[in-house]
Design a protein around this ligand. Sequence first.
Ligand SMILES: *Cc1c(COP(=O)(O)O)cnc(C)c1O
Length: 385
Amino acid sequence: MIPYGCQDITEEDIAAVVDVLRSDFITQGPVVGRFESALAGRCDAGHGVAVSNGTAGLHLALLALGVGPGDLVWTSSITFVASANAARYCGAAVDFVDIDPGTANLCPDRLAEKLERAERDGSLPKVVVPVHFAGQSSAMDRISELSGRYGFRILEDASHALGGAYRGAPVGSCRWSDATVHSFHPVKIITTGEGGMVTTNDEELAWRLSTLRTHGITRDSARMTGASHGPWYYQQLELGYNYRLTDLQSALGLSQLGRLDEFAARRSALAARYDEALAGFPLRPLARDRNATSGWHLYVVRLDLSAIGCNRREVFDRLRAAGVGVNVHYIPVHLQPDYVRLGFSPGQFPEAERYYEECLSLPLFPGLSDEQFAAVVEAVRLAVQ
Ligand SMILES: *Cc1c(COP(=O)(O)O)cnc(C)c1O
C-alpha cells in the first residue's frame, strides 16, 4: 500500500539523534534551544517555543492568550479535532466557521457575517484559530483586518503549512497573528516523532509559553515573588504542564529543518505533476490563493460524484484495493459525536459537510517515487472512469 504521507529520514538525521544519545543531556540540554532559534529564524518570527506535540502547542498558546472558562474560540470545521479540543482544555466553548468551498480554509466572508451577528448577541470570540488546510495559508489579511475591528486574537494552526508562505512572509512569521502552532508528527512536513512549536513575535507571550510548558515554574529571580532562596530555588507561578520537547527529538527536528527547502520543492513539484496528470478527470484540486505558496502537506481532490456515478466510499474502496492508501481529511469536527453532544448538528456548516462528501487525499510525500506516482495516477483514472 502506498501511504498518503510518510516521513523521510536519512542517515544524517539518525546520526544527529545518536550524537545526542552520546552526549551529557538527552532532554533539556542545548539542542532544544538551537532547534527553537533555527525554526523561528526560518519562519522569520522573533521566538520559538518547542513543545511535546502540536496539540500541546495549541493548548498552551490559547492559555497564554488568556482563554479560560466563559470564553469562546472559533475555528474551521474542516480540521483535525485538536484545533477545537485545545479550547475545551482551557474550559472555553468552541464554535466553527464554515469553509471557503474552493480552498477548504476558514471562509473570511462567513467569518465576517458570524462576527456581525456575534457582536449583536454579545458572543464575540476571544480567539479565532485559522487552519492552513493542506498547507495553504488562510486569508490572513482579511482575518487580521476583522480582528482589528472586533478585538479577537489570532492563533494560526500551521500544522500542515511549514515551508509555505503568505504575501511573501513565511508561514509562522505571525505578521497577521499573535502566534502560530506547528506540528512535527511523522506525516507532517518535518518530524521529531511527536513534537511541535509555537512561534510568536510577542516576547511576553513566549515567556509565558515557556513557563507553562514546564509546570508553570521559573528559575528567573526577576520573575519571582519575593527574594530567591539560592541557586537551587524555583517558583511555580501558575499551574502549568510537562509539555517539553526533548534534545533527542530536537536533534531530529534540527536535522530535518535543514532539509525543509528540499521537502518543500519536492512536495510542490509532485503537486504540480498531479495537477497536470489529473486534468480532465472528473475531480478538481483545491483552489489556489494567488497570495499563498502552499507547504503541500496534502494533495486533496474533490470528486465530481455525479459524473463518476457513485459515492466517495466506492472510489475510496477501489483505490485502497489497488494499493493506493488514499485518506479523508477531515470529518467535519462539528459532526463528531462528542461535539454533537455539545449541541452541534448536521446542516450547520453546509460547505464543510458538502466538502466532506467529496474529498480524497492522494499520496504526497517527498519519497514518493516516479513509479508510485504513475501507479497512483493510473489507479485514480480507473477508479473514476
Ligand atoms: C496534526 C495536527 C494537529 C495536532 O498536531 P499533533 O502534533 O499531532 O498534536 C493539529 N491541527 C492540525 C490541523 C493537524 O493536522
